[in-house]
Design a protein around this ligand. Structure first.
Ligand code: 13P
Length: 252
């Protein structure tokens, strides 16, 4: 049995004061849901405030991106070791980074290998665009992103990886994928690639999340699918009640 996993990707929302406010409403309720792995991912400048509030709780903290180099002349970038000072988790390859900031399967892979070295738990995002979906290219795109992004990972580290299937057309649109469609991508595309790369036992232990317009209302549909092991939540993670409800559904 894979432990369910619910992460909030706050994207570029919530400064330090707002992070404090949101977590004040969230921490007690979220901390009580022991059977689900729970993570929040605020912007870099809010991580310190979040780390202080999450100290002593069972709630994990993640960053939304990092560089793969350990240090050096990379203006504006943050190193794995810097993330590790505050966080246990790192989101890699989010579609917004792929679309707006030149993230490629190659850079995702470099970052993943750096996460392995720093022993950060990576949440690796894959997913097709609307044009690719409409052209029937979902399988090809998701398979290739998964394979290229995860290549070269050690067998010790592989079970720690979390994959998030986030169809780009479902992100921030209010039009979530159907649970059946997500299930079929998880079980028919992602899990077989993981099996091929790491063997059946490891592939069965890797959590595969769904992301894209997840709400408290539709979470139950997703979480009742056998290969949907949780959610990477955007907009709904900015509302304490909504995110708590989603985590509670995951615990059922
Ligand atoms: P929404 O839940 O706002 O659609 O965002 C999903 C997402 O991109 C999480 O990483």
């Amino acid at each position: 049995m894979r432990t369910k996993f619910v992460a909030g990707n706050w994207k570029m929302n919530k400064n330090a004061a707002e992070t404090h406010d949101l977590l004040s409403m969230l921490v007690g309720g979220l901390d009580a849901i022991h059977t689900v792995e729970r993570v929040v991912c605020p912007p870099f400048t809010s991580l310190m405030a979040a780390a202080e509030m999450l100290n002593g709780t069972g709630i994990g903290l993640g960053a939304q991106n990092m560089h793969w180099e350990e240090k050096g002349a990379f203006t504006g970038e943050v190193a794995p070791g810097m993330v590790k000072e505050l966080c246990g988790y790192i989101i890699l390859g989010h579609s917004e980074r792929r679309a707006y900031f030149g993230e490629t399967d190659e850079t995702v892979n470099k970052k993943l290998l750096a996460a392995q070295k720093a022993w950060l738990t990576p949440i690796v995002c894959v997913g097709e665009t609307l044009a690719q979906y409409e052209a029937g290219e979902t399988a090809q795109v998701v398979a290739s992103q998964t394979r290229l992004g995860l290549q070269g990972v050690s067998s010790e580290f592989a079970p720690r990886i979390v994959v998030a299937y986030e169809p780009v057309w479902a992100i921030g649109t209010g039009k979530a994928s159907s649970a059946e469609n997500a299930q079929s991508v998880h079980s028919g595309i992602i899990r077989p690639i993981l099996t091929d790369m790491f063997g059946a036992e490891t592939a069965q232990s890797i959590r595969v999340l769904y992301g894209g317009s997840v709400t408290a209302a539709n979470a139950v549909d997703f979480f009742s699918q056998p290969d949907i092991d949780g959610a990477l939540v955007g907009g709904a993670s900015l509302k304490a009640d909504e995110f708590l409800s989603i985590a509670r559904v995951a615990a059922q």
